[in-house]
Design a protein around this ligand. Structure first.
Ligand SMILES: [Cu+2]
Length: 246
């Protein structure tokens, strides 16, 4: 019975349980059929509430230091709150991030929590891959041309990726807890299709600065201002400066 009750998403389970006990027989929705909300129960009529999808639009103004590149990414996402609509997650995926011509290509990626990234060395040179992000540090040791290694990313956040040999190699992986996201275009505009509800809107830039607000229903446009953080100092995995670069 508990497993069956757990399928009744959106239904007031306590009240239904009482109704079932009182009925004393096969599960029946008699007496509670007027209640709103979807019911998922094979063999009984389905009273599915229509899912209303929204197109939430907005603009994020990225205030950059004067010497920053104009192409810096800003990732805007809708994060679940306690009363947000339920979200079905997509199956895990694996993205490729290459080491090519002494650079990470692409220099940033967006993945969902639970996705993996294959780091592929396309150079004749040795490279390593590491992150010193406190919540999910890792090291893929130096390797020549080959698939260097694949890593699962299951902690949401901004993961800085570096090489322990080359001081200019830099990439960031935006690991999101939600599949509802967009990358703002060069003018700062974005749009996200999502079920109507209450969401936390978070905008993050690659140096780690972020700003949040909330939306309800299909309210938009959403206006955000994000002051870019300082570029991080590039240091080796042990915190020391790069010395010899082959
Ligand atoms: Cu390298």
């Amino acid at each position: 019975m508990p497993a069956k009750l757990s399928l009744l998403g959106g239904f007031p389970v306590k009240k239904l349980f009482v109704a079932l006990v009182l009925s004393g027989g096969a599960p029946s929705l008699e007496g509670v059929a007027h209640e709103p909300g979807p019911v998922v129960d094979a063999g009984t009529p389905t009273m599915a509430a229509p899912v209303v999808n929204c197109t939430i639009t907005g603009h994020v103004e990225l205030v950059r230091p004067t010497n920053a590149r104009a192409t810096e990414p800003v990732v805007v996402s809708l994060e679940r709150l306690a009363n947000s609509p339920a979200v079905k997650t997509d199956p895990p995926k694996t993205a490729n991030l290459y080491q090519r011509d002494l650079a990470f290509v692409p220099s940033w990626l967006v993945v969902n929590k639970g996705d993996s990234v294959a780091f592929v060395n396309d150079d004749p040179d040795f490279h390593s891959v590491f992150s010193v992000w406190a919540l999910d540090p890792f090291l893929i040791p130096q390797s020549r041309k080959s698939v260097s290694g694949t890593r699962l990313f299951d902690v949401p956040g901004l993961v800085p990726i570096r090489c322990d040999i080359h001081s200019k190699m830099r990439a960031e992986i935006f690991v999101l807890s939600t599949k509802y996201y967009a990358v703002a275009d060069s003018r700062g505009n974005w749009r996200i299709e999502a079920p109507a509800g209450k969401w936390r809107v978070r905008a993050v830039e690659r140096n780690g600065a972020s700003v949040v607000t909330e939306v309800s229903g299909c309210d938009s446009p959403v206006s955000l201002t994000l002051v870019q953080g300082p570029a991080p100092k590039q240091v080796r995995r042990d915190g020391t400066n790069y010395k010899y670069e082959p």
